[in-house]
Structures are given as C-alpha cells and as structure tokens.
Design a binder for this molecule. Structure first.
Ligand SMILES: Cc1cc2nc3c(=O)[nH]c(=O)nc-3n(C[C@H](O)[C@H](O)[C@H](O)COP(=O)(O)OP(=O)(O)OC[C@H]3O[C@@H](n4cnc5c(N)ncnc54)[C@H](O)[C@@H]3O)c2cc1C
Length: 476
C-alpha cells in the first residue's frame, strides 16, 4: 500500500540559509501543507485525548448510540491516571456522601476484581487515630480538612497498568474506533462549526470527520486550534515515580512510633526532593511498591518542548537524590529499588477554556450551585456552560482544561470529576445528534436525567452545604 505523503513546501523567511543562521529566532519557516490529508475515519463523535475524561466520554457517547472515534497520541490510554502515574481517585465525596459515580465506579469495580484497586470499607470511613494510621498512607484521608486526624473517606488507590487495561477493555466492548499513535494537529472548521480533526501520524497527516468533536486533550489543543477563547494557566509539574521493595509496615512503624526522629528524616527527604506534600509516598495495590507524588517543580510551561524536556532532566535528578537519601536514612526503605519514573511528566494546568461560563475560585470555595449543574466533585458544582466554547459550534470539552479560573481549576481537577465531565460530554453529544440541535442548545435536564440513569450524580440536587441555590442566569 502506498504511504500517503503530505505535500509540504518550506519557505525560509529571514536572512541566510537555515543551516548557517546563528540566531534561529530571526527565522520563520512557513510550511504550506496542501490540505490533502486522507480521511481515515468518519463517525458521529470524534474525541481527542484518551485520558480519563476522554475514555469516559467515548464510552458514554457509544452507550448512548453514537459511533465514536477516539484519538490518542501515545500507545496507552489513561493520560495522567496511568502514564502520569497519578494513583489515587479522590474528590468523590462531600463529607460521607458519594458524589461522583457512574463510569468511574465501573473502573473501580473492574480493577478491584483484579485486586488492583484498594479503598476503605464503609465501616472504616471516619476520623480516629487508629483509622488514620491504617489508611492515610493509601491517600484516602480527607486532606481538605484542617483538623487532625483527618477523616478516612471513600477514595481509591489503584494500579496504572490496571487502569490502562480497563480503559482498553471498555473501549473494545463498546465498539469504539480507537486510533492510538495519532497526534492531533489541526481542527477542521467551516463557518464557525467544527467538522473534524487532522492528526499527525507515521503515515503522514490523516483526517477524521465527525458531527461533534469532544476535546479531552487536557491542554485544550482542539479548541485552541478551532479558534475558541482560552486562558493560560501554569502550576507545578511533577515527575511521579515508584519505588519497589519498600517495607511499608516498618516505614509506618517508624512514622508513628518514633515521631520525632521520623519528622527529622522526613523533613530532610522533602528538602532534598525540593518540594513535596507531607505524604510524599503512598501505598499502591502491589505490596512493597509505593508511588511518590513529587517533586514540585515550578516555572515550567506544560506545553512547550523546551520546558517539558528540561523537566525530564530535573525530575529524574531530583528523584534519584531522594532515593539515595531514603535508602540510607529512612527505616523501611533500606532495600528499596527505583522502579522508574512515569511515562509522562505530570502536568496539572496549561491552557484552559474561556467558555460560556468561567468557574471562579469563589464558586468552588463557596460550593456555589448552578441550576445547569451537570456533574460535581467533592463539594463543588460544574455548570454545563463551563464545557462549551463561545465561538465554535459542535465542540465540547471535558477534563482539566474546562472553563475555570486557574485558582478554581487547581481545586477541582481531580480524576473523578474530570471523568464525570467526560460522561456528560458523551451524553450531550448523543442528545444533540438525536434532536438535531447544536450541542450548546441541548436541554440540560435531559443530560441530568441521563447521568442519573447511568448511575452518575449530575449534581442537580444540591447538598445541604451548597450555596447560591437560587442560581444566576442559565441557558435553559
Ligand atoms: C502530579 C499530579 C498529581 C495529581 N494527583 C491527583 C490525585 O492524587 N488524585 C486525582 O484524582 N487527581 C490528581 N491529579 C489531577 C489529575 O491527574 C488530572 O487532572 C486528570 O487526570 C486529568 O484528566 P484529563 O483526562 O482531563 O487529562 P489527561 O489525563 O492529561 O489526558 C489527556 C489525554 O489527551 C492526550 N493528548 C494530549 N494532547 C494530544 C494530542 N495533541 N493528540 C492526541 N492526544 C493528545 C494525552 O496523551 C492524554 O492521554 C494530579 C495531577 C498531577 C499532574
């Protein structure tokens, strides 16, 4: 079979030949691609980004009757939840009330069957020294509470490869057309309406057409390319890594039975890694394997080649420094092995949509309720408008780049709420197609009803601690 070759012509602007030019910043290379990427797929819904939000969106759209193509740049699904090795599902509860369920719960059940998901039983979910000691090193304590000991809540520690397997299983079972190794490059937009996407692959550029496109790239790649408004956020990045052969029982004995010595060693460990949460190591379902949610590396832009490359060097240098120190100084870590860094550097925030509504820090902190709430996380509510760009039709976003102020996103971007947004986007796409309407005009009550039918919580019934239940103007 002939490999389709994009017709590419290069123009050099600036003085001299590229090879001889010292100051490359003075050169621009224009690449004229002749818009002839072959169409390799066409479906009702095209989803870009196979992270937790993207896989959930794909499953949700397919179960609601849509043909779906899911595009992912890497060889695995899961995004931060697998390749980034972010291994706790949290923000699922408001007090003891579980507020994120639906497809995320299917992930948990499937992984639990393989013993690859660990969560505290209901009887253990309360505040006491005993429960804290039993469960906190799984990362399932409510760290938003200032009062110690923090209560144990419903949260789930899981294995990254189990997440990848579960994602693939769900995609296959729901007849979703999965295209890995495909880097989204351009949105196809006609008269303000998105028609599909172009991806860069080893086979050249390929076009995928769809009636509705869901952007779950985490960095808002599609919406930006399509001309949607966005803001630029930035926060610490982290090269998560795992250590094996850790005697976690001994490490916890040291922590609780020699608290002064522990505090000294732990302080030094955190100084060496250069920025880490108090609980910088957490248990995983594999005995003796812990994941380290550190270092904190500020000042990196999570979408530039230069910064992402530099972060790989810095992250690995720092993790080796910590590893050497704890091996020599922290009881329980004497025989530890470096299992390796996550496949992707952990990026929390880059570009974010400025959509029909921009969720504010105050909305999140004050637990503001919206009558077009379609999903929620912890004690905050997400209005449907925060998934919709203002200028581009038939495009919707879900996940960490949703329409929020950076300070709001910082408090509301955990994996389960990102998945809940994906579930909403899949339902909304299906409703728009069924009713032949623009996705921005879909009846929010229908989304809420379907979320409920799928076992998810649309957040339409505010909890007792919600505020502003009278709401602002909405699009219903
Ligand atoms: C270090 C760290 C610790 C965290 N701790 C926690 C925690 O303990 N618990 C928790 O719940 N949350 C935590 N979070 C937050 C959470 O992990 C993320 O916000 C969430 O996973 C985002 O999911 P997403 O699907 O929106 O984006 P992502 O997981 O980033 O997925 C985006 C997907 O799109 C793909 N993609 C991107 N661009 C393209 C392109 N151009 N073409 C094709 N594919 C593309 C990516 O490869 C990826 O698969 C943490 C985050 C970090 C970084």
């Amino acid at each position: 079979m002939a490999v389709p070759q994009p017709r590419v012509r290069y123009y050099l602007h600036g003085r001299g030949e590229l090879a001889h030019e010292k100051n490359i910043e003075s050169i621009t290379v224009s690449i004229e691609t002749a818009g002839n990427a072959p169409v390799v797929a066409k479906s009702d819904v095209v989803i870009v980004g196979g992270g937790s939000a993207g896989v959930t969106a794909a499953v949700s759209a397919a179960r609601n009757g849509c043909s779906v193509t899911l595009v992912e740049r890497y060889h695995h699904l899961g995004g931060m939840a697998s390749g980034g090795m972010v291994l706790v599902l949290d923000d699922m509860v408001n007090g003891q009330e579980i507020v994120v369920a639906g497809i995320v719960e299917e992930f948990v059940q499937r992984m639990a069957k393989e013993d690859m998901a660990v969560f505290p039983p209901e009887d253990d979910r309360y505040a006491s020294d005993e429960m804290y000691r039993k469960w906190a090193r799984w990362g399932v304590h409510d760290f938003h509470q200032a009062k110690k000991p923090q209560p144990i809540v419903y949260a789930v520690a899981f294995d990254p490869d189990a997440w990848k397997r579960t994602s693939l299983d769900l995609i296959r079972e729901n007849d979703i057309n999965l295209r890995l190794h495909s880097w989204f490059s351009d949105a196809i937009v006609e008269d303000g309406r998105i028609r599909g996407v172009v991806c860069q692959t080893k086979m050249g550029r390929q076009a995928i057409l769809g009636d509705i496109v869901i952007d779950t790239s985490g960095d808002l790649d599609v919406a930006c390319s399509a001309g949607a408004e966005f803001s630029q956020g930035q926060y610490i990045v982290t090269t998560v890594f795992r250590l094996a052969n850790v005697d976690t029982d001994e490490a916890m004995r040291f922590e609780y039975e020699e608290p002064e010595e522990f505090a000294k060693v732990n302080r030094e460990a955190r100084r060496i890694i250069g920025g880490a949460w108090e609980m910088w190591w957490l248990r995983t379902p594999i005995p003796g394997v812990v994941w380290c949610n550190c270092p904190h590396m500020p000042g990196y832009d999570g979408i530039t080649v230069e910064d992402l490359t530099a972060a790989e060097y810095e992250g690995r240098d720092r993790m080796m420094g910590l590893f050497e120190y704890v091996k020599g100084n922290m009881p329980g870590f004497e025989h530890a092995n470096m299992l390796g860094a996550a496949e992707q550097v952990g990026v929390r925030t880059t570009r974010m949509l400025q959509g029909e509504y921009v969720v504010t820090k105050d909305d999140v902190i004050s637990r503001r309720y919206f009558s077009d709430t379609v999903c929620r996380g912890r004690d905050y509510y997400t209005p449907y408008r925060a998934l919709l760009p203002t200028k581009v039709d038939q495009l919707i976003v879900a996940g960490r780049h949703y329409s929020a102020e950076p300070e709001a996103q910082k408090r509301s971007r955990e994996i389960p709420p990102c998945m809940a947004q994906g579930e909403v986007a899949g339902i909304a796409a299906s409703l728009a197609l069924q009713h032949d309407t623009l996705i921005r005009d879909v009846d929010v009550r229908k989304i809420q009803n379907q979320m409920r039918k799928q076992g998810a919580d649309p957040g339409d019934v505010p909890s007792a601690n919600a505020t502003d239940v009278g709401d602002r103007a909405v699009n219903q």
